[in-house]
Design a protein around this ligand. Structure first.
Ligand code: PLP
Length: 369
């Protein structure tokens, strides 16, 4: 039986070994480890690759979101409307900025923020709308941007799973006021540790973000405002510069694999991700649905296929948020989805044989659940 792990980071780094060793050696030899030439070069290269005016590198995706909200002036008493289906870190970042997340339901097809639910959730205390481009698939941005414009509030995009995805030709993370990226190792563009960045279209906002990530310092030892320590280090920046050069090929391979799964799994009994017009997803995850998801997951495990759930508990039901969205039943679409979704293995290093093994296992497993 061919085992297919859900992720395989050894396979990711093996072909990069010489480039990574050279990058690490360069930093070690330089003796400069924090906020130096590697971070500066990475910010420039990332902004160019993602067609953003500026990119500000930070320590992780969570703080990329938190600092975006802080830089836009959000704090206690402010509400941020966001999706209930995301990594909990999306909501935690809102809390860390001192604001209150207001979780709303998702669209049953895309599993991204439902624009109608956003419009209904806006109150006089709403100070930002925070769509997540979940699973590498762009959210329905036109009505979300229109709603934000109508109410005069900024849009902060969580593009942590959507590196280089496009919505009507524009890169996710550059459609709103700013966009957060995570470079957690399993992300499409991953570091060898934690990392993150903010894509920004406004030079002054970028300057404020650079200050906030470094303790709020305007000059050395002068703390103009209460920032945090959220610096990307030189080693991770050097590693990410290597990875960035490979991202276009990795994305192309993800697209090939997604097309293969879509073709081969059609009509097998699992529901496939819906196709959307005018978007170019980057397939961070390939998420199918089945009414007996847990049994399907177990049957796939027996057949050597690793799967995960992104995410099993909607954020409005997470104890960490003390139920700002209400009790079970409050957001029915996301609650049903969370019980049915299953992420299949999809990463650039997946071999044709492994992809075929996943398809064969799904076809067989659905007969037994
Ligand atoms: C959608 C989403 N938002 C936020 C985050 C937080 O990013 P990080 O783990 O780099 O803090 C992640 C990744 O974990 C994510 O997938």
């Amino acid at each position: 039986m061919l085992e297919v792990p859900f992720v395989d980071l050894k396979a990711r780094v093996a072909p990069l070994r010489d480039e990574l060793d050279a990058a690490v050696k360069r930093v070690v030899d330089s003796g400069w480890f924090i906020l130096g030439p590697e971070v500066e070069a990475f910010e420039r290269e990332l902004a160019t690759a993602f067609e953003a005016r500026e990119a500000v590198a930070v320590a992780n995706g969570t703080e990329a979101l938190q600092l975006s909200l802080t830089a836009l002036g959000l704090g206690p008493g402010d509400e941020v409307v966001t999706t209930s289906l995301s990594a909990a870190f999306t909501g935690l970042a809102i809390l860390s900025a001192g604001a209150r997340p207001v979780f709303v339901d998702v669209d049953p097809g895309t599993l991204n923020l439902d624009p109608g639910a956003v419009a209904r959730a806006v109150t006089p205390r709403t100070r930002a709308i925070l769509p997540v481009h979940l699973h590498g698939r762009p959210a329905d941005m036109d009505p979300i941007l229109a709603c934000a414009r109508e109410h005069g509030v900024p849009v902060v995009e969580d593009a942590c799973q959507a590196h280089g995805a496009r919505h009507r030709g524009r890169t996710t993370g550059t459609l709103g006021t700013c966009g957060a990226l995570s470079f957690y190792p399993t992300k499409n563009l991953g570091a060898l540790g934690d990392g993150g960045a903010i894509l920004v279209g406004d030079g002054e906002l970028a300057a404020r973000l650079r200050r906030l990530r470094n303790g709020g310092q305007s000059d050395r030892y002068r703390h103009e405002e209460a920032g945090i320590n959220s610096r990307l280090d030189e080693l991770q920046a050097a590693v990410l510069r290597v990875a960035l050069r490979h991202l276009p090929a990795w994305t192309a391979r993800r697209r090939e694999l997604a097309a293969f799964y879509r073709r081969e799994l059609e009509g097998t009994g699992v529901a496939l991700p819906v196709e959307q017009d005018q978007v170019e997803p980057v397939h961070h995850l390939f998420v199918v649905r089945h009414p007996h998801r847990d049994a399907l997951m177990a049957a796939l495990r027996e057949r050597g296929i690793g799967t995960l759930i992104h995410y099993p508990i909607p954020l409005h039901l997470q104890p960490a948020f003390a139920s700002p969205g209400g009790a079970p039943g409050a957001l029915p679409v996301v609650e049903k989805a969370a019980a049915e979704i299953l992420s299949l293995p999809l990463y650039p290093e997946l071999t044709a044989g492994q992809a075929e093994a996943v398809v064969a296992a799904v076809r067989d497993a659905v007969q037994h659940v």
